[in-house]
Write a protein that binds this ligand. Structure first.
Ligand SMILES: [Zn+2]
Length: 417
């Protein structure tokens, strides 16, 4: 019983995703349970981005090959990209391997002054990886990645503050997801030729990231270390590492410094004395890739994800098909749904069997209505993750559950006064 569950088994039990040989491997189809989780996670990503001063943008999943030649992806990342579409042109379209080149072009569309910076663009955007079919698995390794992605264009003197802001948001998000950060990695370059740009710039950028970590990590109780060779090809990064129940280490969120793409795209801003300077680009994610975070959350919580994320938040279980009970269940369903909660009524078969189904689906709360409850306007609610059970007035329960969902709480307070 102590073997950690695989997200593929949980995904099946919880109606999260499926795949089809006709669609292809590494291309999961999001089922309603998974789509609900993804919508909640995307909304969290957008809320955090907005609170951090980011502006939303949308950009296409395709770009001309020359865009990626300019960005450096073609030189350093082509092995992970799908071949260009054969559209008969000299400069064919390719599926994008990253969103940054598009966001750089949004920045470049308007002249910028030092007073405009920092400018922060946020998008939950799709990007593509030419993974071989042998290595793709479930949701954790896929060919289309839907990434919570922000690019900040900052003056060099703003970099420290921006990195700090990004890291603080990552930690806040992990808290809401009830995930524990194992440690933080300062991922730099090594002696190989995989990196763009000059060693001096790399050293300076790594120094900037290290000084933020020296400031923040002790107060946040985060151990951190250098990891040479783990950087992005365009710059060093801070990786937030978590440990999965089966002992694997994974990167769920990153903050990356990039001097290369601003240079290669000729990005600039007008300085106070009328000169021109390059902005620094900071790539940051908080929730990260939708596929990876959902796979990780399922395994880390054995499917019992925080209440606000649960595909089914309340499973209503009438004790019998007595008319009064059915009416009480319908009334409770209407009240729960009107408060924005995700409800399922399970009425076919024996009560024991229905409870087992709800448990297998990892429904967050099981709510039983029998004759006593229907007479008293009450509901008996069980939270298996907490081992808690309480009988409450229906309206009181709905209000507590709605409050928990609204505040993105881990669990509903069933027993507190
Ligand atoms: Zn980027």
């Amino acid at each position: 019983m102590n073997v950690p569950s695989d997200h593929r088994d949980l995904g099946r039990a919880m109606n999260i995703f499926t795949s089809s040989p006709l669609v292809g491997s590494g291309l999961p189809l999001w089922l309603p349970g998974g789509a609900v989780m993804r919508q909640e996670l995307e909304q969290l990503a957008r809320d955090v981005a907005r609170m951090d001063g980011c502006e939303p943008v949308y950009s296409p999943v395709l770009g001309k090959r020359s865009l990626y030649e300019r960005s450096g992806h073609w030189e350093k990342f082509a092995d992970d990209m799908f071949p260009p579409l054969d559209d008969g042109s000299e400069d064919p379209l390719v599926l994008r391997p990253a969103n940054c080149p598009h966001h750089a072009q949004v920045y470049a569309a308007t002249p910028r002054s030092y007073r405009d910076l920092p400018i922060r663009y946020h998008e939950v955007g799709a990007m593509f990886r030419a993974e071989r079919s042998g290595v793709v698995t479930g949701m954790s390794r896929v060919r289309q990645i839907n990434l919570d992605d922000t690019h900040v264009f900052a003056r060099p003197d703003q970099v420290g503050d921006e990195v700090e802001r990004a890291l603080a948001s990552v930690l806040r998000v992990f808290d809401l997801l009830a995930l524990e950060v194992d440690h933080v990695r300062l991922s730099g370059c090594d002696d190989s030729n995989r990196w763009l740009g000059h060693p001096g710039q790399w050293a300076g950028a790594e120094e900037q990231l290290a000084s933020v970590l020296k400031d923040m990590a002790p107060a946040a109780g985060l151990p951190w270390h250098h990891a040479p060779g783990e950087a992005a090809f365009y710059g060093p990064k801070i990786d937030v590492q978590v440990a999965s129940p089966n002992g694997h280490e994974e990167t769920l969120a990153t903050v990356q410094l990039d001097f290369n793409q601003p240079d290669r795209f000729g990005l600039e801003f007008v300085t106070a004395d009328g000169g021109r300077e390059r902005p620094v680009m900071i790539h940051r994610g908080t929730v990260g890739a939708m596929e990876r975070i959902v796979a990780f959350l399922l395994e880390a919580h054995d499917g019992r994800v925080p209440f606000w994320l649960a595909p089914v938040q309340v499973c209503l279980l009438p004790v019998s098909d007595d008319r009064d009970i059915e009416q009480a269940v319908e009334a409770a369903r209407t009240e729960l749904e009107a408060s924005g909660l995700r409800v399922r009524v399970e009425s076919d078969g024996s009560l024991g069997n229905r409870i087992r189904l709800a448990r297998g689906r990892r429904d967050a709360l099981q709510a039983v209505i029998g004759p006593a409850e229907s007479r008293a306007g009450q509901i008996t609610v069980t939270d298996l993750a907490e081992g808690a059970r309480a009988s409450l007035n229906v309206t009181e329960f709905v209000s507590r559950a709605a409050q928990a969902a609204e505040s993105r709480a881990l669990r509903v307070a069933l027993t507190s006064a």
